[in-house]
Design a protein around this ligand. Sequence first.
Ligand code: DP6
Length: 329
Amino acid sequence: MKNNTLRHKATAISPANIAFIKYWGKKDPKLNIPFNDSISMNLSGCSTKTVVEYDPTFRNDLVIVNGTEVKDDKRKRVVDFLDIIRKMAGKKWFAKVVSDNNFPSDAGIASSASAFSALALAGSRAIGLELPPRKLSILARLGSGSACRSVFDGFSIWKKGSGNNSSYAVAFAKPNFWNLVDIVAVVDAGTKKASSTEGHEAATTSPYFKTRLNELKKRIPALKKAFLARDFGKFGELVEEEAISLHVAAMTSRPPIFYWNKGTLEVMETVFGLRERGIPAYFTMDAGPNVHIICLDEDSKRVNLALKKLQFVKFTIINRPGKGTMLLK
Ligand code: DP6
């Protein structure tokens, strides 16, 4: 039997991540260059495993996600990304891509970060490229902006940069730096109304967008300081403020985008209630209705119990700071 090297095959696993400071709006939509730096934590409980196999005899790319062949726009996004890798390697081979999420595929959790970082590593290694972490982060960013932050273990900062070679993530802190827990309260497992890519496009039409960028000049250093001092109260306040800021920008863009639903508000109110009872917990959301509740390990059981009781919460996923993108043997 031919071995993996001769078969040009590689398998990678990569986590999703939750941004404490968010990427919202693209300065360069083709290269996914953001307007601002962002900061995130990898999620130990939400990852994508991807196998890429190139074969000079294949006549087309085949993309299978969670057991189903992917077509149209979704396929095109993967094929365009494989084209970037093929160009880097100077090869024209077609590929078979098989990708699976370990979290429920219908959970409505953004999987583009885990998907494109896993694809960047498996796709580049299988074709014979050995990219150092920074180059891997740049490549992942070209597939999906937030994917560049999944490459490193624990917590990352994506430096916005000004062009393709200067926009990448770097490690900010190791997973064991802080025992934060992110509990995802899934309130809507369906597909979201507007994709994050559509949200990015609309972002700059919000009259609040410029104000948001100005606020970030203070919020980013303040959040870094609170994080490094492990000041959870201050950190949580800033995380929440940032999430609300993104959603205000989305709601005031033209056309307006409302990602929140009844369940989102139910969870937000519960988080306020937990704090009134002396349990420090803070919320954040991405481009969708599901809520990420950030708390400390010692409070995570109580927080999870409170969330699971809610009318609109279908299930929860518990995450700790996770490892970055890795090859599997
Ligand atoms: C709200 O990385 O999904 O989750 O580059 O178009 O793939 P594309 O966008 P994507 O945007 C993520 C937006 C966000 C905030 C964040 O993760 O920083």
